[in-house]
Design a protein around this ligand. Structure first.
Ligand SMILES: *Cc1c(COP(=O)(O)O)cnc(C)c1O
Ligand code: SF4
Length: 421
């Protein structure tokens, strides 16, 4: 297999004297995060106009770029995909009519500060506001990159109490900020407590460190994490250029510890809004043992409108993947519903028409085919063990699933005018 790009940081004057041992030490990287214009100028050319814009931007939003990620920028090229994700532009100060500070209502659906409980059986625990690199397209820019703080121990304990007291929670998703900016012992404190809760089945960590700070994935970190299986890690690669030998090694360390890796990509204009780039990204991810999980339509957070593209583009990307390549390389394209409705999957239409018995379907080649349904479709439902013994855990349903289960005959908006007459 062709090797991925190897970073040679010594090519940059700024880092040429850095010892390899320091470079590969994530705490050194964090201490040397690029936060100001003079340092940035030593990495990429910044002309006077750009500098004036940057100054204005930095008054509103912070910049933070790990030295590792900074060396991936093509210095001469303004539209470089790494640079676009890392260096602020004046567009961030623009606010368009559909922008919101908290489009996903993560603060509204939050029973305790730091925790969002949106779906019936799983919660999002934002353990920190800190990231090693502040992505310019971040959906949580209202908190991330404006306060440089981890949650306090007291706040974490309140969140964990909430999980402990809510037996419906079977899946806890650690996010932030980036949970892996916490030192190992603080992270272990959180994971250990959550693992000790009987009703929590799985723990997931969402982190961008394999992309922006791969040296954070140390042997001691994975030795700690593997004690708490079943544990999953979702990372956030947006472009094939981000998959370097270092990123590959970081993912290998996690995968070797038995941790399944998934990837969440954000669909970004001028970065990855192209079926060919996306196909290469998905292939390269599978090569480093990461399973593509989601492609997100870019949220309506304020200051990122310049990154947004159409939903149509996302559907076109899925059209170009499904059938054309390995099924495992095809993620689910989702829109995270403004107002807190959660993720809504969208895809091309494969169902062309239907009659009593037959479906007319089309495949990726445009071949139109039929599937005939059996006459007898009612199952022997209601007699197996799941219904009789564990049924109570699986019974509570909401929305359309409730209609299909026959528990409700219709769903209505809360303030239906017709009802008031
Ligand atoms: C995305 C998300 C989850 C997890 O969703 P999955 O589809 O299970 O990966 C949970 N809670 C919140 C608030 C989310 O935004
Ligand atoms: S790593 Fe995630 S939370 Fe942090 S800045 Fe990037 S998108 Fe935002």
């Amino acid at each position: 297999m062709k090797p991925f790009k190897k970073v040679n940081y010594r090519e940059l004057e700024l880092y040429k004297d850095v010892a390899e041992e320091d470079w590969n030490d994530w705490t050194w990287q964090l201490k040397h995060v690029v936060r100001d214009i003079p340092t940035l100028k030593k990495i990429i050319p910044v002309d006077a106009l750009l500098e004036a814009d940057l100054e204005k931007c930095l008054l509103r939003f912070r910049m933070a770029i790990t030295p590792y990620y900074a060396t991936l920028m093509e210095s001469e090229y303004h539209r470089d995909v790494v640079r676009l994700q890392a260096v602020p532009t004046i567009n961030e100060l623009e606010r368009v009519i559909d922008d919101h500070d908290d489009p996903l209502h993560e603060d509204v659906d939050s029973p305790v500060p730091g925790l969002t409980h949106r779906y019936p059986d799983r919660v999002l625990l934002m353990v920190t506001h800190v990231c090693s690199m502040y992505c310019r397209h971040c959906t949580r820019r209202r908190v991330v990159g404006s306060r440089d703080t981890h949650l306090t121990k007291a706040q974490i304990d309140r969140c964990i109490d909430y999980i402990r007291n809510n037996p419906v929670v079977r899946d806890v998703l650690l996010s932030g900020g980036d949970p892996l900016t916490l030192p190992d012992d603080r992270l272990e404190y959180i994971i250990e407590q959550i693992r000790a809760i009987d009703h929590v089945e799985i723990i997931r960590i969402g982190t961008r460190t394999p992309v922006v700070l791969p040296m954070r994935i140390t042997e001691s970190l994975v030795t700690m994490l593997r004690k708490y299986h079943p544990l999953y890690v979702n990372t956030h690669f947006n472009h094939p250029d981000e998959i370097t030998e270092d990123a590959k090694d970081a993912c290998a360390r996690l995968a070797d510890a038995g941790i399944q890796l998934g990837n969440q990509t954000v669909l970004l204009r001028d970065i990855n809004d192209c079926p060919l780039i996306m196909k290469k990204l998905m292939h390269d991810l599978l090569k480093i043992r990461v399973k593509p999980y989601y492609i997100y339509q870019c949220d309506l957070s304020a200051g990122i409108s310049h990154f947004r593209t159409s939903i149509t583009k996302g559907i076109e990307i899925i059209e170009n993947l499904r059938g054309h390549t390995t099924g495992m390389a095809v993620p689910t394209f989702v829109v995270d519903a403004p107002g807190g409705g959660g993720k809504i999957p969208l895809m091309p239409n494969y169902l062309l028409s239907q009659s009593d018995r037959r479906f007319a379907l089309r495949n990726y080649e445009g071949v139109i085919t039929t599937y005939t349904q059996p006459d007898k479709v009612f199952s022997n439902c209601g007699r197996c063990n799941i219904c009789n013994e564990d049924g109570k855990d699986y019974r509570p349903l909401d929305g359309v699933a409730k209609l299909l289960a026959g528990e409700k005959i219709c769903l209505e908006p809360a303030n239906l005018i017709r009802r008031k007459r």
